[in-house]
Each structure stands twice: as C-alpha cells, then as structure tokens.
Design a binder for this molecule. Sequence first.
Ligand SMILES: C[S@@+](CC[C@H](N)C(=O)[O-])C[C@H]1O[C@@H](n2cnc3c(N)ncnc32)[C@H](O)[C@@H]1O
Length: 258
Amino acid sequence: MRRLQLFEISDHRWCPESVRAIVTDYLQFGVKKWKMDAAIASLLRRALRQAGQHQVIDLCSGSGGPWLHMIRDVEDEGFPVKVLLTDKYPNTQAFESARAVFGGLFDICPEPVDATHVPESLRGFRTIFSAFHHFHPPVAGAILQDAVNCQQGVAIFEVTQRTPWAVFNFFLTSLLVPFCVPFMRPFRWSRLVWTYLVPVASAVILFDSVVSCLRTYSADELKELATGTGAKGYTWEAGEVKLAHAPVPITYLLGYPG
Ligand SMILES: C[S@@+](CC[C@H](N)C(=O)[O-])C[C@H]1O[C@@H](n2cnc3c(N)ncnc32)[C@H](O)[C@@H]1O
C-alpha cells in the first residue's frame, strides 16, 4: 500500500484536549492489553545500554504511552533510567499522575515541545511511540537528522502498520471503545461523557487509528530515512517484532552513536 499523509483529528489544535486524551489513553490501554510494552522494553533496554544513556526525552508522549508500564523493565539490573515526558499538546493531568505514581522516574515538561524542534537544552535518548507516522518524509528525516546532529540516540516504535490486515484490526479495535472505557485507569469523567453521552470517542479513535495505519512507515522506509542522515559512526537497526498475543507486529527503528 502506498503511504498517504492525510491528517488525524487529534493532530489539530481545535480538537478538545479531553478528546485527544481519550485517543492517547485508549492507545496506551491497547498497547498494555496486547503486552506490546514488554517487547518494546527489551529492545529499548539494549539500545540505551549500547548508547550509555540514562536520560530519555520522550517526544509526542500523549498520556505517557508505554513508558508507564515498562519503565521498571527498561531500567532493571542496575541501569537507572529517567524519562522526561513531552508533547506538543502536553496532557499535564496524565503527566502529573505518572509522576505521582512513579516519583523520581519521570520528569514532565508542562510547556509544549514540538518533536520537529527539540530545544537544545533537552539532552537525552529520544523516544517516539506511535507518532512518527504523523510526520511526512522530509520532516521525519529532519527529526532523525536533528538527533544525529545532537549526537543523541533515537528510537521509533509504531504499533500500527500500513497493511489491510492492520487497518482491519484497528477498525475492529475501535468498535470496542464503549466496552473498554469502564476499565481504563485512572478514571476520568470526560471519558464517560465523550463515549456514552456525546458518543464521539469511538468515531475519532476509528478515524485516527485507520489514518495512522495508512501513513505508518515500513521498517525499510525507516531504514532509508535513517540512511538519509548520512550519519557517520551511528548504529541503525530497523525491523518488526511479531508478538504471539497481538495481531499486528511492532515496527521499530533504533539509532545511536557507536
Ligand atoms: C498517537 S499519539 C501517541 C501518544 C503516545 N506516544 C503513545 O504511544 O501512546 C500522538 C501524540 O503526538 C503528539 N504530537 C503530534 N504532533 C506533534 C509534534 N509535532 N510534536 C510533538 N508532539 C506531537 C500528539 O499531541 C499526541 O499526543
């Protein structure tokens, strides 16, 4: 399937914060249910150790993404890791609750951080979960180039895929929203409102997840973008992880100096 740039509803400034939060909360819920965090943690643990970086700058964090469920896995065996949560539209409520639960493991940035212009002061291994597809190829390449120019490691993970099978699965998954919302934690009234009273949550999640699939880069395309940086002395690794308990594989790119 040819990659389409398109747009997602939650990408837009006019999208109410609480609707954007349902989209990212549901994504986080699904990643946990499909036990994708364990597979991501093992790849990240290796990359962070190879890069020798303990500080992570998570870009496009949404509700915290898989970090909340995997930070202890990533940092085990005496390799402490600290994660700064950032987003262009920071969900400060979710960031604060991550900090409250995990204490010193998370820092939060309440100011908007655009993944396409990461401030120089934010130094650390950059992670982007389920959001790299938002950027069209020149911008996606520039994000990798900036990590290279700053000599920082970078890891991209996508749980969507540009295949009819993935579109079908994410379509079905979106229909389950009304059944999953009561089990999502921490509890938020706004989720009930947008799911049952003004039932737009399922439609927005359906639209955004199908569009996400249609614009997700393949492992080969990620590798090509990485090669385009012309980085000398960088190790790049791109691939797919197939999971026994999830219908769609995870696509990833890891890059770090050394
Ligand atoms: C699909 S969500 C992924 C959230 C989270 N990483 C996860 O895995 O659950 C995409 C996130 O990217 C953020 N975003 C979109 N464009 C961005 C940009 N240019 N810079 C930083 N964040 C951006 C959105 O606000 C949203 O929170």
